[in-house]
Design a protein around this ligand. Sequence first.
Ligand SMILES: [Zn+2]
Length: 87
Amino acid sequence: MQQMCPRCHEQYVIKSGISNVGRYAGLVGVLVANSTASYQCPSCGKIPISEFPEEFQSNVKKKRMLSILGAVVILVLVVAFFGWQAM
Ligand SMILES: [Zn+2]
């Protein structure tokens, strides 16, 4: 999803904050990082979600919900799997 910077309207924003956490924490880490990721413009720097258009904001919120749900589902599956093995 490409989104123009709401400040300069010249560049596309980049999602930041995923690679570092994801590298160490695996899939759950990626999902969690995805839910807290911020957006950055190459020329204006970090842009708070509240500065983006309403449509983009609700889209991001939806994605965050899905990411958190995904992380929870994976955690439950992992716990269920190891719990089943321990029996
Ligand atoms: Zn900008």
